[in-house]
Write a protein that binds this ligand. Sequence first.
Ligand code: FA5
Length: 381
Amino acid sequence: MSAPNKSYDPVEVEALKPEEIDRARDAALAAIAAAGDLEALREVKAAHAGDRSPLALANREIGALPPHAKAEAGRRVGQARGAVGQALKRRQEELEAERDERVLVEEAVDVTLPFDRVPAGARHPLTTLSERIEDVFVAMGYEVAEGPEAEAEWFNFDALNIAPDHPARTMQDTFFVQGPGESGGSGGSGEGESGVVLRTHTSPVQIRSLLERKPPVYVICPGRVYRTDELDATHTPVFHQVELLAVDEGLTMADLKGTLDHMVRSLFGEDLRTRLRPSYFPFTEPSAEMDMVCFACRGESVGNPDRPCRTCSSEGWIELGGCGMVNPRVLTACGVDPERYSGFAFGFGIERMLMFRHNVEDMRDMVEGDVRFTRPFGMEI
Ligand code: FA5
């Protein structure tokens, strides 16, 4: 503000010239009218009615005027500020009314819409994964086959070349339902005297498939199986397996290996490899354990303490399950000529695959039925 000056004339002070005051007022009114929302209006208010606005600065100059000039300048500035203040108030009311109307429309609740009173559930990831695996093989021309969970011992053991004294038949592994002779049996040769067990693997579906179809046979058999294992972080007495069986002329281990590679690449990633390690199963000869390169570290964690891998425990490989060429004795038991046909089979546990595929640390989470476990896997169908 300028110092008091008796000879001070408002028309000589730039900020107090009538045309300057009119210009400042008109600029303010135009900006107020142009403000499109409350935020813009707040900025206009600061620029045209705030402490550093042209009209506020002009108002400050009045104090330095001689008394005779104060009234006239004060009236002019006051009228301009009043007009701006009123315009601001009106525009504020208009914009608030527009906002309220918009909010009412946006937040309107259509009470006539149907309300989902039943909380949404979720598909179990075991089901989803099992279906994914089936899809891989159905796309290659395989057929989905099923068998009973309460199974004749003959299908579960004898026809698979598992002799009566094989350790898998002892009470530690098998839930026995009926002793030999108590059941009438329901199928193939020799099963009439067979007892009934809760199937310990999906391999009996191999036998049922071979008895029901003529080669070539290409089947995938997902299903629930039972073993007398305690429920803990890595075992459950009721779990799921997927079995694969191909019987045709001229099938070799190379076909088995190629099929495994295709499955692993479809489920885990394009550039992954598998390997076979010699093993023993009575129903396959030769038999192997199949491993895949760890999809998480791709083997880079091996011998590399700076890059430990939880998925494969830094071993670089993940064990998937058992496999092999169908034992000719199994083909013979099913009436298939082993001189003409050969086949391969493999089987693995879905719970175990779900554990390493999704980093599930405790198998018990899969059986407890808590929707908080299943929901994050989504509703993939
Ligand atoms: C078998 O059951 C063979 N029938 C697999 C097979 C099929 C071999 C065809 C050759 C040809 P094994 O007993 O290893 O094999 O079980 C296969 C898989 O079932 C294991 O790798 C494991 O992932 C899973 N498994 C076994 N016991 C349990 C259990 N208590 N809880 C969860 N998964 C289990």
